[in-house]
Design a protein around this ligand. Structure first.
Ligand code: ATP
Ligand code: MG
Length: 379
């Protein structure tokens, strides 16, 4: 027997001695798994699946799939395909919505179990976190393109613009009333472009100081601004976790982020003609959200959740895929810079944004780093 073979035999024996039984292994797996028999009765569910479905294994043993989802749910089609073709079939984005269950963006894999004809193994995975990371990468590239564009604009537009404005002002004193109207128009429009360029300049890559920020003060500041101005007719609801530690970030930039989100929410409510307009401001602590720090093995913990929710008409379908790109807008007077600025700032904070929108409920969720977390990582 060669040495290599001997090694394999030894390993095999050890593995046999130590291998836990398969059911124990499945139970311990953090991925939700269930087995359905030919009549779609639950015959097995691991711990993760009990948690995911919100039903205990003993209850599940008495249930069929149709007790959890409506009979026309796409999962049934998937199951039929698996049984027909005896192959593994998957769907990357399924929604489970019923009185008992509310999950979106679930990746489902179905595999036949040849030893038990008609039985199918279902593996369920919440793909929304992965997709959030995916989208974050697009936010980052959008933010980068804005940064360079902002620099060019500021440089190339501002100087000639102040020339135009100055010339119009000079003319103003020497022309008649009819023409004065035109010079005023030139001046006002030049001012409008100037304001736009100033706003773009905020994308500039100047280093900004980060420290501990009390996120509730930020939220309250924005709420007051909104209620005394553009959102006077809208009801605000606050769902705050008062025990939240400070966010690691820059206070003024975080005000800008929340203000842009609240402004969009108020504008959406107004455009949809919603009678009981409501904006909900949310803060929460959530374990387990991490993001890889580019160029290192470090993972940043993002336990601070800040969300702005509205009951407006939802984000128009046609702009969803590039919502965070500059100049994407559905408003006649919008610049489409609000959300790209939000994306840029959140990205500079090492954070993440998620969006969930349907008619009557739109929520922008930010995941941000906590102060102590980052200080510990740095030290
Ligand atoms: N809460 C929301 N509900 C519905 N649609 C939204 C919401 N937030 C953003 N949107 C959509 O996203 C688009 C882009 O938003 P963004 O803030 O980037 O630009 P804007 O609001 O159009 O212009 P600006 O912010 O520069 O005034 C909006 O025009 C709107 O169609
Ligand atoms: Mg906006």
């Amino acid at each position: 027997m060669s040495l290599r073979n001997a090694g394999v035999v030894t390993l095999g024996r050890q593995a046999q001695r130590r291998a836990p039984d398969a059911v124990a292994l499945l139970s311990a797996l953090p991925v939700p798994m269930v087995v359905l028999d030919a009549e779609n009765r639950f015959t097995y569910a691991n711990h993760a699946a009990e948690h995911f479905l919100g039903v205990s294994a003993s209850q599940l043993a008495q249930m069929k799939l149709v007790d959890l989802v409506p009979p026309d749910h796409p999962a049934f089609m998937l199951l039929a395909q698996v049984r027909q073709g005896e192959v593994t079939v998957s769907d990357h984005d399924m929604t489970f919505e019923s009185p008992r269950l509310r999950k979106r963006g679930i990746a489902v894999q179905c595999a036949p179990l040849p030893e038990e004809p008609g039985s199918v193994l279902l593996v369920l995975q919440d793909a929304s976190a992965a997709r959030a990371l995916d989208r974050q990468l697009t936010f980052r590239s959008a933010a980068r393109s804005v940064t360079s564009m902002a620099a060019i604009l500021a440089h190339e537009v501002k100087n000639p613009l102040s020339g135009i404005r100055g010339a119009a002002q000079l003319l103003e004193s020497s022309v008649g009333d009819a023409d004065r109207e035109l010079t005023v128009l030139i001046r006002d429009e030049a001012d409008r472009i100037r304001a736009l360029v100033d706003r773009m300049e905020m994308f500039g890559a100047k280093p900004i100081e980060h420290g501990g920020v009390n996120i509730h003060r930020v939220m309250e500041h924005v709420r007051r601004l909104a209620q005394s101005g553009f959102a006077a007719a809208i009801r605000f609801t606050e769902i705050y976790d008062p025990s939240l530690p400070p966010v690691h970030g820059n206070r003024d930039q975080l005000v800008q982020v929340v203000l842009n989100l609240v402004k969009n929410a108020a504008e959406a409510i107004a455009s949809g003609g919603v009678a009981n307009g409501e904006i909900t401001l949310i803060t929460a602590f959530q374990h387990g959200v991490r993001l890889a720090v580019p160029g290192s093995d470090r993972r940043m913990h993002l336990p601070m959740v800040v969300a702005v929710r509205d009951n407006g008409p939802g984000i128009p379908e046609d702009i969803r895929s590039n919502l965070f790109d500059p100049f994407v807008t559905s408003k006649s007077s919008g610049s489409g810079l609000g959300l790209s600025l939000v994306a840029k700032i959140v990205s500079d904070h090492g954070g993440l944004i998620e969006v969930d929108s349907r008619p009557g409920r739109t929520e922008f969720r930010l995941h941000l780093p906590m102060l102590a977390d980052d200080a510990a990582a740095a030290g």
